[in-house]
Ligand binder design. Sequence first.
Ligand code: SF4
Ligand code: SF4
Length: 419
Amino acid sequence: MSASLERGIAAFKEQIDAPVAAFFSSCVHCGMCSEACLFFTETGDPTLTPIYKLEPLRRIWKQEYTFWGRSARAFGLSKPVTDEELSKWETLVYDTCTLCGRCSMVCPVGNDITYMIRKMREGMAAAGHAPEGLISATKRAVTIGSPMGVKLPALQAQIRHMEEEIGLKIPVDVEGAEYMCLLSSMEIMNFPEYMGAMAKIFKQANVSWTISSEAFEATNSGIQIGVSEIAAELVQRIVDAAEKLKVKAVISPECGHAYMAIRWEGPNLVGKPFDFKVVHILEVLDELRKQGRLKTTGKETQRLTYHDPCQIARRGGVVEQPRNLLNMVADDFVEMPDTGTMNWCCGAGGGVSSNERADDMRLKAFNRKKAQLDAVHADGLVSACSNCRIHLEEGLEEYHMDIPVLSLTETIAEHLADD
Ligand code: SF4
Ligand code: SF4
């Protein structure tokens, strides 16, 4: 057995906790999880059944922790997991799973398959079977502080451009601000208007905020690749910056998995509760709306629909807020079939967008989003995740659909009433 396989098997064993054991032993092989997964529905490939993606982990559980599995292994009736097998499984675990959580919602016995895929990735990464693109992104996140390699001078340049455009200051390193706002590299480089939108909205609502020069990146490649130590290190950088600036709350940006990483996983990863709150930008905006501090004028007349990012809606519970906000600025807001907690993933989450090998597959899976959009004849598609946004734009182009993709925060900012 190679040293990397040995490391991987040890990591798999370590990942098998009571929930994983309970989930494997309670699976009734009904196959319902397959119909919930866009990679299965759009390909019909039975190997893309969510629970099947976990087969090597299931075999290790059986061989190590069950009487019959141990006996079968002792008599040579059960094959050990090999490097070749893990290599084959790499595409099932990384390229065709966005950690969207939809399969976990439908399992009749309550198996959290997504939780198990996260565990499986820990073993795969330890065994050296993670995709090249994701490995490089993770290395950049650790060494540079951004999976896309965005350094502080690049952020400062984008801030300067945006300040000139909007005529407002974008605060950096302001000690004692109420909120510290995180950004994703994609926002910084592709959608800097998001920073401008926050500046305009927070000025109108009289909210004190800042960006940290030491920890501005929200995304967490450690979670996507499946290396908890790296995930914890990336969270700790944010915690250190928030404590240094003495902010009351950290705002997770228009990024799906960043919210899951910092809000729901963060304290567990660093092993202690935060001294500050973590809120999603849509939660902040909706709270300002409730307090009468978010004032808009005019409405979009085109038919708009909303794509719920999986980690914000299904895994994060932010479902009502975007609808409240959209109804402030849209005359004709229409829901796609299967929205909210049962929305279909865009196809690019969970590290899939960092993995070039998965490009064809994610575009194939986009056919599911196309069907949702075809059902409502929308003129515009609004979302609240820059990763979704990039992939939605690419998918729409691939399927020759002329529908603009809009940021919800930016759309709100465009309708701000004059003071
Ligand atoms: S988490 Fe989403 S993409 Fe992954 S297996 Fe489940 S349904 Fe499919
Ligand atoms: S839906 Fe649940 S019980 Fe059915 S096959 Fe999938 S994991 Fe097993």
